[in-house]
Design a protein around this ligand. Structure first.
Ligand SMILES: Cc1cc2nc3c(=O)[nH]c(=O)nc-3n(C[C@H](O)[C@H](O)[C@H](O)COP(=O)(O)O)c2cc1C
Length: 221
């Protein structure tokens, strides 16, 4: 078993998406450790309405790729042209992101595993369901598990990306993977050892810009 020891803040601050993956298999004991970490996440009422479908079968992965690629292509066609309006170095950084995202979209089936994260809809504690806006709370019972999975991957030197474009094709995936009707697909996480440097520094807004004291727009720091 590889050593998974890494400082938590080091792991969080370098947890970038890794979209260029080697095909080398992930040892079963490592797979078990990262999936166990996912199950340590909190969920509303501790209902733990999650299932992690580890797709390894080459044909099934290729079918997922065939379903995923058109979604990426549509997204890219709609958004890549807007990159031209960005100032440097943001434009170069985003262009690289789009390049790697296309790389992943074309080769997602080459990742040794794609973890399809499913959530049991009746178990969701959707406290904002009746508000006159899109609900966001339900996802809080599944995405912490995905983040734990990603952090555990980071600890083992595995690259991964949280992807959701394929959620648009849920009915087809449901059929492909025999997912029961009251379970939804929340994320597709291709995982593998990075082709290159892998994880790296993040591009995020500074904490001063996103934290307030007592009232909206009163800076905390
Ligand atoms: C809810 C969510 C959905 C995402 N869906 C996709 C996706 O479908 N495909 C993809 O390549 N990346 C996807 N991403 C990855 C984001 O593009 C990425 O996290 C973001 O650009 C920041 O880059 P970084 O993770 O490298 O720091 C998603 C991330 C989140 C949080």
């Amino acid at each position: 078993m590889e050593n998974a020891g890494i400082d938590l803040f080091e792991a969080m601050s370098t947890l970038s998406s890794v979209r260029r993956l080697r095909q080398d298999p992930i040892p079963d004991d490592v797979l078990r450790r990262i999936l166990t970490a996912a199950t340590w996440a909190p969920s509303g009422g501790n209902r733990q309405g999650w299932r992690f479908m580890v797709v390894k079968d080459p044909q099934t992965k290729r079918r997922l790729r065939d379903l995923y690629l058109p979604h990426w292509t549509a997204y890219e066609s709609a958004h890549r042209p807007t990159l031209a309006t960005l100032p440097e170095p943001e434009r170069s950084r985003m262009t690289r992101n789009y390049d790697t995202a296309r790389h992943l979209a074309e080769r997602i089936h080459e990742a040794p595993v794609i973890v399809v994260v499913c959530v049991h809809l009746p178990d969701l504690a959707i406290t904002d369901a009746k508000l006159d806006r899109p609900s966001v709370v339900g996802g809080g019972s599944i995405y912490p598990a995905v983040q734990n999975l990603l952090l555990a991957c980071r600890a083992f030197g595995l690259g991964a990306t949280l992807t959701t474009l394929l959620c648009m094709s849920e009915p087809k995936v449901r059929e492909l993977l025999a997912i029961p009707g009251d379970w939804a697909t929340a994320a597709y996480v291709p995982i593998g050892y990075p082709e290159g440097r892998g994880h790296g520094p993040l591009s995020r807004k500074p904490v001063e810009k996103v934290t307030f004291r007592d009232r909206w727009d009163t800076p905390l720091f």
